[in-house]
Design a protein around this ligand. Structure first.
Ligand code: NDP
Length: 331
C-alpha cells in the first residue's frame, strides 16, 4: 500500500464535517488502496465535539485509516498535508451585516492561507465554507509562495450534482446517464447552471439534453432557479442545511482532482480565472474543467450565446463586488 496521505478537514466538528470525515476515511476519495492520516481541525470551544468525532472514526474500524488527529492548533494542523477541505467558516448570525460576515471570513482564510506554508507544495485545497469563491481567493492571496494559486479551489460541485439530478428527474433517467452540465460563476444565487453542452444517454443513444428536454422556457427559467434555490429549499424541509450532499460533492471534487475526470467528461470547479471565456483574472470563478495528472484545465471552445453571456456576466459582477469588499476588509 502507498505511503499514507495526510488529509486535513477544518470545521470538522460541524455538520458537513460529520458526514465528510467518514466518506473520506472509508476510501471514497483516494481509493481503496490509499491509507490516510486524518487531521480534524476546529476552534478550541469545539475541542470536546472534535474528540467525539475522532472517537467515532476510530470505532468505524476502517482499514484505510492509520490515524485520526483531533486538533485546535491551526499551524500544527496544516503541517505536511497533501489535501485540505476548508469547511469551517463564520456562519451568518441574525442581525449580522454582510460586511461583518465578510470581514470575519477574511480573517479566517487569511490565517489559513498563511498556515499553508506548513503544507506540502503539491497540497490541493477545496474551500467549502461560504462565501466559498471569495474565501478561496483570500486564502490564495495569503498562501505561501510554494503553493500555486491553481492548487486552491472552491466547491461548485454540489450545484453541478444538483443540475445532473434535475435533468435526470425531468427525463426519467439517472444522474449517471447525464454528463457535461456546467455551473458558471459563484456558489450563490447568481450561479448559472447551463445545459447547452450537456449530453444524456437515453434509449441506447447519446443525445443533447436540450433536444431531449425540448423546453427552452423550462431550461431558461425553472431549471436554473430550482438549482439556485435548492439549498434554501432543503433548509425549508429539513430545518438544517444540506450537509450530506455538500460532503459528498466535496469528495467528488477532490477525487476527480487526484484521480482525473472520465474521458469525454468535464466537471464544474471554481478556480482562479485564467481569462477563459472573457472572465478576467482576479476572481475564483466556476468553469467546466477536465483533470489529468492532478492538473485541471478549463474546457476551451464552447460556444456562448447571448443568454449565457448575460448570466455569466451577472455572476462575475457579484464575484468582483465580493472580492472588492473582502480586499477592503483585508486592510
Ligand atoms: P456546516 O458544516 O453546516 O457548514 C460549514 C460551512 O460550509 C458554512 O460556511 C456553510 O455555509 C458552508 N456550506 C457550503 N455549502 C453548503 C451546503 N450545501 N450546505 C451547508 N453548508 C454549506 O456548519 P456548522 O456550523 O455545522 O459547522 C461549522 C464548523 O466550523 C463549526 O464546528 C465551527 O466551530 C467551525 N469553524 C472552524 C473554524 C476554523 O477551523 N478556523 C472557523 C470557523 C468555524 P453557510 O453558512 O452559507 O451555510
Amino acid at each position: 500500500m502507498a505511503a499514507p496521505l495526510r488529509v486535513l478537514v477544518t470545521g470538522a466538528a460541524g455538520q458537513i464535517g460529520y458526514s465528510l470525515v467518514h466518506q473520506i476515511a472509508k476510501g471514497d476519495v483516494f481509493g481503496p488502496d490509499q491509507s490516510l492520516i486524518m487531521v480534524l481541525l476546529d476552534i478550541p470551544p469545539m475541542q470536546a465535539v472534535l474528540e467525539g468525532v475522532a472517537m467515532e472514526l476510530d470505532d468505524c474500524a476502517l482499514p484505510l485509516l492509520k490515524e485520526v488527529i483531533p486538533c485546535t492548533n491551526e499551524a500544527e494542523a496544516f503541517k505536511d498535508i497533501d489535501a485540505a477541505w476548508l469547511v469551517g467558516a463564520m456562519p451568518r448570525k441574525e442581525g449580522m451585516e454582510r460586511k461583518d460576515l465578510l470581514a470575519a471570513n477574511v480573517k479566517i482564510f487569511k490565517s489559513q492561507g498563511a498556515s499553508l506554508h506548513n503544507a506540502k507544495p503539491t497540497c490541493k485545497v477545496i474551500v467549502v465554507g461560504n462565501p466559498a469563491n471569495t474565501n478561496a481567493l483570500i486564502c490564495s492571496k495569503y498562501a505561501a509562495p510554494h503553493i500555486p494559486a491553481r492548487n486552491i479551489s472552491a466547491m461548485t460541485r454540489l450545484d453541478h450534482n444538483r443540475a445532473l439530478a434535475q435533468v435526470a428527474l425531468r427525463t426519467k433517467t439517472q444522474s449517471k446517464d447525464v454528463k457535461n452540465v456546467i455551473i458558471w460563476g459563484n456558489h450563490s444565487a447568481t450561479q448559472y447552471p447551463d445545459v447547452r453542452h450537456a449530453k444524456i444517454q437515453i434509449g441506447g443513444e447519446e443525445k443533447a439534453v436540450e433536444a431531449v428536454i425540448n423546453d427552452e422556457a423550462y431550461l431558461h427559467g425553472e431549471f436554473i432557479s430550482v438549482i439556485q434555490k435548492r439549498g434554501a429549499a432543503i433548509i425549508g424541509k429539513r430545518k438544517l442545511s444540506s450537509a450530506m450532499s455538500a460532503a459528498k460533492a466535496s469528495c467528488d471534487h477532490i477525487r476527480d482532482w487526484f484521480r482525473g475526470t472520465k474521458p469525454g467528461e468535464w466537471v464544474s470547479m471554481a478556480v482562479p480565472s485564467d481569462g477563459s471565456y472573457g472572465i478576467p483574472e482576479g476572481v475564483v470563478y466556476s468553469f467546466p474543467v477536465t483533470i489529468e495528472n492532478k492538473e485541471w484545465k478549463v474546457v476551451q471552445g464552447l460556444s456562448i450565446d447571448d443568454f449565457s453571456r448575460g448570466k455569466m456576466d451577472a455572476t462575475l459582477k457579484e464575484l468582483q463586488g465580493e472580492r472588492d469588499e473582502a480586499l477592503a476588509a483585508c486592510q
